[in-house]
Design a protein around this ligand. Structure first.
Ligand SMILES: C[C@H](N)C(=O)N[C@H](CCC(=O)O)C(=O)O
Ligand SMILES: [Mg+2]
Length: 362
C-alpha cells in the first residue's frame, strides 16, 4: 500500500452554542481535512483545527506545512514503513504539530486498513467504550448553571467547567452550578491559563473550603510558567492537570519529573499525532501519572483517532472528547459513534471512516 497523493480539504460545521473559554470564543468548527490516497485504492483521513491561541497553528500554516514540506517526503512511501514515515514527518518541518497530527492520523487510518484491524486493537485493545465529559462555556453564573442542568438532563455525569475569564466571578460560577446540579455530578474546571499563580492558589483554596468538590483544575496559569504551575500544585489539594504546558513527550517528562502537575492532558494536536501521544502514555505509565485525552474544536475525524488512543491505553483515565457533540451536525459517515457522553469504537479497519460530506477540496 503505497502513498500516491495527499489532498487537502476544508469542513465547516456550526456549533450548537458558541464555545467560550478564557482564551477565545468560537462559533463553528472550521478545520482542515487531509486525505491520503494509495495505489491500492485505500484512503486515510486526518483532520487539523487552526487553534492559533494554543498551538500557534493557523489554516494557512497547516496547509502550507503539509503541501510545501510534508507531502513531497511521503509520496511513494509504503504504509508498512510506519516508524520511518513518522520520523520523516517530524524532520520535514519544525513545530506545526496540528499539520503533523492530521497526516499522522491519516497514516494510522491506513495502517489499520493494511492490517485489517481497528487502531485501538493494534495499540492495546483495552476497551471499546469510553465516557466523555462535556464542556460548559464560561459565561455569567446563571447561564452556566442553566447549561449545566441541560447537560445533566442529557445524561452527562462529568462537567468540564470553563473559568478564568472575569476571574472575580469564578467562585460564583461554581456556586451557581453546584446549587443547580447538586453533588452527584463530577465537576472538573479549566482556567485555560486565566489565573496568576497566587490568584489561582487563593481561588482554589476557597473552592476547597466551601466544599465544591472539584475533581481537578486544568491549566490554571500561563502555559510557559512551569514554576507558577508547580507553585499552584504544591499549594492546593485539588489535583492540577497540565494542558497548554505539555505538547511533546519531553514537556511531559519535565512536568512529571519536576512534579509541576499531577495529571497530563494529551491532545493529538499538541503532540503532532498518535505516535508521540503513545510516548507520553509510556512516560506517564512509568511514573504512575494518569492522563486525560482531550481535543480542540474538532469534528469526528480527529476525535475518533483520539478515542481510539483512549481505547488502547489504560493510563488514559479521563476523557474530554466532546468536540463532535458540540457540533450542530455531523458530516462524517463512519468513525467512532458519539452518542452524547457515550463513545463507542467500531471494529472497522483503521478508524472506519466511510465518507465525509460538505468538504471543499482545495
Ligand atoms: C473541546 C474541549 N472540551 C476543550 O475544552 N478543549 C479546550 C481547548 C479548545 C479550543 O479552544 O479549541 C481545552 O481543553 O483547553
Ligand atoms: Mg484545557
Amino acid at each position: 500500500m503505497k502513498i500516491t497523493d495527499i489532498k487537502i480539504g476544508f469542513i465547516s460545521v456550526p456549533l450548537k452554542t458558541p464555545f467560550k473559554t478564557a482564551l477565545r470564543t468560537v462559533e463553528a468548527v472550521n478545520d482542515i481535512i487531509v486525505k491520503i490516497e494509495t495505489d491500492t485504492g485505500h484512503v486515510g483521513y486526518g483532520e487539523a483545527p487552526p487553534t492559533g491561541v494554543i498551538t500557534g497553528d493557523t489554516t494557512g500554516a497547516i496547509v502550507g506545512a503539509i503541501e510545501d514540506h510534508i507531502k513531497k517526503n511521503l509520496i511513494g512511501r509504503e504504509i508498512e514503513e510506519m516508524e520511518e514515515m513518522m520520523k520523516v514527518i517530524d524532520r520535514s518541518i519544525v513545530k506545526n504539530n496540528s499539520a503533523k497530527a492530521a497526516v499522522d492520523i491519516a497514516i494510522y487510518d491506513l495502517y489499520g486498513q493494511l492490517y485489517h484491524a481497528p487502531i485501538y486493537k493494534l495499540l492495546g485493545g483495552y476497551r471499546k467504550e469510553i465516557t466523555t465529559d462535556i464542556t460548559i462555556s464560561v459565561n455569567d453564573p446563571e447561564e452556566m448553571a442553566r447549561d449545566s442542568i441541560d447537560a445533566v438532563n442529557r445524561g452527562y455525569k462529568t462537567l468540564k467547567i470553563k473559568v478564568g475569564k472575569n476571574t472575580a466571578l469564578d467562585i460564583q460560577r461554581i456556586k451557581a452550578i453546584r446549587e443547580a446540579i447538586g453533588y452527584d455530578i463530577d465537576i472538573r474546571i479549566d482556567a485555560n491559563q486565566g489565573w496568576k499563580p497566587k490568584e489561582a492558589i487563593q481561588i482554589l483554596r476557597k473552592m476547597e473550603d466551601i466544599g465544591f468538590n472539584i475533581e481537578f483544575i486544568e491549566q490554571p496559569v500561563a502555559a510557559h510558567d512551569i514554576e507558577g504551575l508547580k507553585l499552584v500544585t504544591d499549594h492546593t489539594n485539588i489535583p492540577v492537570l497540565a494542558d497548554e504546558s505539555v505538547f511533546s513527550p519531553k514537556d511531559a517528562m519535565h512536568i512529571i519529573q519536576t512534579r509541576a502537575a499531577d495529571l497530563i492532558n494529551i491532545k493529538l494536536m499538541k503532540t503532532g499525532g498518535i505516535y508521540n501521544a503513545l510516548k507520553i502514555c509510556s512516560i506517564a505509565e512509568m511514573y504512575g501519572i494518569e492522563c486525560m485525552i482531550g481535543c480542540m474544536l474538532e469534528s469526528k475525524v480527529s476525535v475518533t483517532a483520539a478515542a481510539h488512543l483512549a481505547g488502547a491505553k489504560s493510563i488514559i483515565t479521563k476523557i474530554d472528547l466532546d468536540g463532535p457533540v458540540l457540533c450542530k451536525e455531523d458530516p462524517i459517515t463512519g468513525g467512532a459513534i458519539f452518542d452524547e457522553y457515550k463513545i463507542t469504537l467500531t471494529d472497522e479497519p483503521g478508524f472506519g471512516f466511510k465518507n465525509i460530506d460538505k468538504i471543499k477540496w482545495k
